[in-house]
Design a binder for this molecule. Sequence first.
Ligand code: 2P0
Length: 334
Amino acid sequence: MATGATPRATATRVEATAVARTNIALVKYWGKRAGDGNLPAAGSLSLTLDGLFTRTTVAFDSTLSVDDVWLGSAPADTDTTARVVAFLDLVRTRAGTTHRARVTSMNSFPTGSGLASSASAFAALALAATRAAALTLSARDLSALARRGSGSAARSIFGGLVEMSPDGDDPHATPLLDASAWDLRMVVAVVGGGRPKEVLSRAGMAHTAATSPLHRAWLDTVPADLAAAKDAITRRDLAALGEVAERSALGMHATALAARPGLLYFRGATVDALHAVRALRAGGANAWVTIDAGPHVKVLCAPTDEARVAAVLGSVPDVTEVHRCRPGAGAELE
Ligand code: 2P0
């Protein structure tokens, strides 16, 4: 290398590694508004989890002629690679570089099955890629950038309880309460071994918005659910927050079930787990269910109820893994 200062962005190979944790929405996002840039049709509110994370390394390398994307120890499939390349193009445009990148990413949990892997994946990619390209963005701008990769990823930039606004030309998430500020638990029951889901969220929400007669009515419920959830958070009222979470999830699935043809993400074990949690609640437990675009069941509960929730979920046939999670931190560089 020549002597003298070499600008970081023009170095032959510059890499950065970031970790981001998944988040589970308590007020769900399901549908986009018109316009470019992956714009949500309504707000959402989530809890970032520890334990379920993506670790991603991005290395911009002037010797590469194409982007090279690896998930775990295997090359990514064509669709995933195209989505990552499109995201890297956004970063390259901002950074003023044309260098291609090697991206290596691993998840600590099943990918593409309804455990919000795109949330942690695009949050980690946004942080690693911008840092490797020598861009330093504010957390708010990083959140808006992560949204371009996946709507839910905007929320995983922040830890704890997080709100995603649908407003403006470039929506971003905002932290509401730090991970350490309220000791909540979420128990995640993986149904059916975490096999890939049949209809990806992006296609599922587009189909729902286009064909479900219930979708507009569900979107109209979101502002009041967001207000109720934020009020519950301010008061640290777990019962109030849990009730909002369960009704938001069931309402989201009602809109998807009413699409034409209907989208059915539940398996038998999903419904069995829902009944089991309701039975626990009837017996005095503080535990409420949420379900995303897959069969898995996530239970928001009090620390004192975590063990019995995990035991009950683990006894449901076809529940193949149970993860006990605490609130997690936002995305960070390693
Ligand atoms: C959520 N989900 O609020 C909702 C509830 C799944 C069910 O955000 O198209 O992968 O990349 O913006 O973020 C999953 O959708 O979709 C999701 P895109 P994303 O967590």
